[in-house]
Design a protein around this ligand. Structure first.
Ligand code: GEK
Length: 242
């Protein structure tokens, strides 16, 4: 059963770092839809991108798959092509529920669901790699190594879809975008208390970077071209081409 997100609705004496546990799994689709501007568009377009870039005889990766929303979009985009999807997440509660979600889907492409840390996952023969709101949870010092392994695992013509919460170098613009994001959350029914407590829980866990930092890292990893295809306030998605 999927519920509505009230996890931060009551005052909490102490705010622990955000964890992807069973309580989060119960409300996850509602939480991410009401918290991430553009989430539904980005997931749907992940399918459109897979339709264009998935190559027969290769793999498509969904790294940090949560409950498999992007995995299902990939599956739909791939259609009847001979592609295997590798979906990975290191939260056991997410994997458990994702397994049920995938079992209920009639898509053709086989899905290997991995309870794995994506920093250690083998990435090879990939035509499409999706990082939808996952890199932001990896320690910044470890991000270049992961992006490098993704680049090395992509076949010619392959693509990385990288969606992130972003920061802005200009302090006033950064504050404005955070404020607009909070307005989005208020418009989706979150109270000031919920917004403040969730922000505190994510502070040390989700570390956004500027688009310039992302572009430079992708370039340094050997991607031939990379740029933004979607942005709403401080949430953006980039495409990076092998
Ligand atoms: C979607 N992509 O619905 N290894 C594997 N998984 C990880 C790691 C790691 N090192 N770190 C975090 N995760 C999904 C949404 S949610 C985004 C992705 C959000 C996982 C974590 O367990 C969680 O399931 C996911 O990354 C991030 O399209 O909650 O804002």
């Amino acid at each position: 059963m999927i519920g509505s997100d009230r996890l931060f609705a009551k005052p909490l004496a102490e705010i622990a770092g955000f964890r992807f546990d069973h309580r989060v799994v119960e409300v996850f689709p509602d939480m991410i839809r009401r918290s991430v501007p553009g989430y539904e568009t980005i997931v749907a377009m992940t399918g459109t991108l897979a339709e264009r870039y998935a190559q027969p005889g290769t793999r498509c990766y969904d790294l940090g798959c949560s409950l498999g929303a992007s995995t299902l979009a990939l599956r739909q985009g791939i259609g009847a092509r001979d592609c295997t999807i590798v979906a990975a997440d290191n939260a056991p509660a997410m994997i458990e529920r994702c397994r049920a979600v995938l079992a209920a889907d009639a898509g053709a492409a086989p899905v290997e669901l991995c309870a794995a840390d994506i920093r250690e996952l083998d990435i090879a023969d990939a035509s499409v790699v999706v990082l939808n709101f996952t890199l932001q949870f990896i320690a910044p010092a470890e991000r270049a190594a992961l992006i490098g392994r993704i680049r090395a695992g992509l076949v010619p013509g392959g693509v990385l879809v990288l969606s992130e919460k972003i920061a802005f170098a200009d302090a006033a613009l950064d504050a404005l975008m955070i404020d607009l994001h909070h307005a989005f959350k208020r418009a989706h029914g979150y109270s000031e208390l919920e917004i403040a407590q969730k922000r505190a829980a994510l502070e040390a866990v989700l570390i956004p970077e500027t688009l310039d930092v992302h572009r430079a890292r992708l370039r340094d990893a050997g991607f031939a071209a990379a740029d933004v295809w979607f942005q709403c306030f401080n949430f953006a998605s980039l495409l990076a081409f092998a």
